[in-house]
Design a protein around this ligand. Sequence first.
Ligand code: PMP
Length: 439
Amino acid sequence: MSHLFYQGRGRKPVLEQARGVYIWDKDGRRYLDGSSGAMVCNIGHSNPNVLAAMQRQMEKATFGYRLHFETEASETLAARLSALMPEGLSKVFFVSGGSEAVESAMKLARQHALATGQPERWKIFSRAPSYHGCTLGALAVTSYTPLTKPFEPMMQAMPKVPAPRAYLDGLDPADPETGRHYADMLDAAIEAEGPETVAAFIVEPVGGASTGALVPPAGYMERVREICTRHGVLLILDEVMTGAGRTGRFLGCEHWGTRPDIVVMSKGLGAGYAPLGAMIVDEKLVDPVLDAGGFAHGFTYAGNPLACAAGLGVLDELARQDLCTNAQTMGEALMARLHGLMQKHELIGDVRGKGLLTAFELMADRVTKAPLPAHLNAHQRLVDLAYERGLIVYSRRTRDGTEGDHILVCPPLILEPAHLDEIVEGLDASLTALAEDLA
Ligand code: PMP
């Protein structure tokens, strides 16, 4: 009997060892980690340079409480991170994960409104569908029915606007009018709600778990920035999944030159070596909050030196191996191969992504975009079939979280062409088996 429990009862193989893009279980079976865990292990598993950096830190100190000490690791990581941000985002607040980073951003936006004499600004707009984390604050800006519904009475509902899903609405994502069409829904919603009541808008530059690697249409991000500025609404970019090179740039927003007011990161920053997250803030926002009495928020493990040493090691490896470039080139190759699979397998209705944040959506009909019936649980069946073939991919319901099936294919950024072949062969065989299964 196991004393552990997570989301359900299903027992998983016991992980024994992980190296590069591969994981071995206790029975000696090898898996290619085609989802980097949950889009976490961007630099691959067990990188010796990161382990050595952590070892050096471990021998010095593994904990320093943030209200008692700064550490060289946290100071250095904050400086290194701010140098990678759009200009002016130079204040870093460390946390231990993505939900904590999102909560921090929501609270900072609220405290900034208070500190600048705008006490009526508290609403944080987000999109539907979206996923920003599982704590009650982060859930309030999440729109994903299976995860939010049980807790509705316990949360302050926050306003949502539709995520731009041009492929479902029959619009051309390359046409700037499409981006404008969706962004204008935000504009109208803020107007309807009363701009003076809105503190921030939180958005993922490329949709992750909830929408499955959905890339915004042309002009969308630029227009969103303009709308937020016009209404005095802070733009929070959730780069928890897109950050740390995943989309082929260090931050996803770099593809559109978007300048956020706050960035939140986690996943690929600690890259599986340590629980680490960060909120990186425009310096202009921080002083008013600190002058007004301080930021009323913080976590015991914030800025943990061992986690920060891991983060520094990860940044070194991203740069040393030029992994953003590899994510871009291998991402293009992967997208081309997924389109090839789409030609062969009727079940694939859409392929999308940026860099190595890629996905395909299973559909009943790719012309009408009709989803497969939810009871078939096609996405989970495909994941299980791939698992049996030694390939790990990540799936979720898409659309509103109750229907639609997407599969995220997001291997570590150290991916080589031979690994890519292995992924495509595994998916090809699994899709064939799924089609037979559903027939
Ligand atoms: N934001 C986004 C975009 C995410 O993908 C996730 C995790 N899937 C989170 C926030 C929450 O991160 P965590 O699970 O580390 O709390």
